[in-house]
Design a protein around this ligand. Structure first.
Ligand SMILES: Cc1cc2nc3c(=O)[nH]c(=O)nc-3n(C[C@H](O)[C@H](O)[C@H](O)COP(=O)(O)OP(=O)(O)OC[C@H]3O[C@@H](n4cnc5c(N)ncnc54)[C@H](O)[C@@H]3O)c2cc1C
Length: 206
C-alpha cells in the first residue's frame, strides 16, 4: 500500500477521544456537518460513564431499592410478614439489560452517521497524531486536523477519607458492593451514601 493511501485511511478530519455523552455529542455534530470523524474508546463498548458506571446503574439501583423499601413498609403487602430483600449485585445484574439496550442504541447513532469507532486507549504522540493501544497490546497511529478530548472524570478521593475502609465507597467502587440489602435501613444507607438522589436522568436521540 502506498504511503498516500495509508495516510488517507488513518487520517480523519476530526478525532474524538471518549464515547460518553460529551464525545458522542461532539462526534454527531461534526459528522452531521460533513466531516470524516473517528471516535476512540478504550472500553469495549460505547456509552461512557453515563451508560456503564454512572447514570444508568445508579438510576436502576435507586429505582429498585426505593420500590423494595416501599413494598416492605406497606401494610397492604407486609400483613403476612413478607419482606423482600436483594443483593446489590443482583440489582445491578438486572440493570445490565438496560445498559445493553442503551449501548446498542448509541452504537446505532455512530453506524447510522458513518462515524468510525476505534477501540483502544488513546495518547497523543504528536500535535496531530495519536496512538491507540488495543487490549491485545497492538498500537495503531492515526492523524487528524482537529481533536476533541472528552475523556470524562473519575471520583475525587480526599486525602482525609479512608477509602480502604470496608464501608467507604466512591461512585465507581460502590458498583462492586457486596452487602446483602436485607433491611430497609441498610437500603436507605446505600441510597443516601451513594448520594444518588441528587441526579436526574436525561435522554437523547441522534
Ligand atoms: C453515580 C453517577 C450518577 C450519575 N447520574 C447522572 C444523571 O442521572 N443524569 C446526568 O445527566 N448525569 C449523571 N451523571 C453524570 C454523567 O455520567 C457524566 O456527566 C457524563 O458521563 C460525563 O460525560 P463525558 O462524556 O464527559 O465523560 P464519560 O461519560 O466519563 O466518558 C468518557 C469516556 O472516555 C473514555 N476514555 C477515557 N480516557 C480515554 C483514553 N485515553 N482513550 C480512549 N478512551 C478514553 C472512557 O472510557 C469513557 O467511555 C452521573 C454520574 C455518576 C458517577
Amino acid at each position: 500500500m502506498s504511503k498516500a493511501t495509508q495516510k488517507s485511511i488513518n487520517h480523519f478530519d476530526a478525532i474524538v477521544i471518549g464515547s460518553g455523552p460529551g464525545g458522542e455529542g461532539a462526534a454527531m455534530g461534526l459528522t452531521k456537518a460533513g466531516l470524516r470523524v473517528a471516535v476512540i474508546e478504550k472500553e469495549s463498548t460505547v456509552g461512557g460513564g453515563c451508560t456503564h458506571w454512572g447514570t444508568i446503574p445508579s438510576k436502576a439501583l435507586r429505582h429498585t431499592v426505593s420500590r423494595i423499601i416501599e413494598f416492605n413498609r406497606s401494610p397492604i403487602y407486609t400483613g403476612d410478614n413478607r419482606q423482600v430483600h436483594s443483593t446489590f449485585s443482583a440489582i445491578l445484574g438486572h440493570a445490565q439489560s438496560v445498559i445493553g439496550k442503551q449501548t446498542r442504541m448509541r452504537q446505532g447513532f455512530y453506524d447510522r452517521n458513518l462515524c468510525t469507532i476505534l477501540h483502544g486507549s488513546a495518547r497523543f504522540s504528536g500535535t496531530h497524531e495519536i496512538e491507540v493501544q488495543a487490549e491485545d497490546g497492538t498500537v495503531d497511529k492515526y492523524t487528524a486536523d482537529k481533536f476533541v478530548i472528552a475523556t470524562g472524570s473519575r471520583p475525587y478521593r480526599p486525602k482525609d477519607v479512608d477509602f480502604k475502609h470496608p464501608r467507604v465507597y466512591d461512585s465507581d467502587s460502590i458498583l462492586s458492593l457486596q452487602h446483602d440489602l436485607a433491611t430497609s435501613s441498610s437500603m436507605e444507607q446505600v441510597l443516601s451514601a451513594a448520594n444518588m438522589r441528587r441526579f436526574s436522568a436525561g435522554s437523547a436521540s441522534r
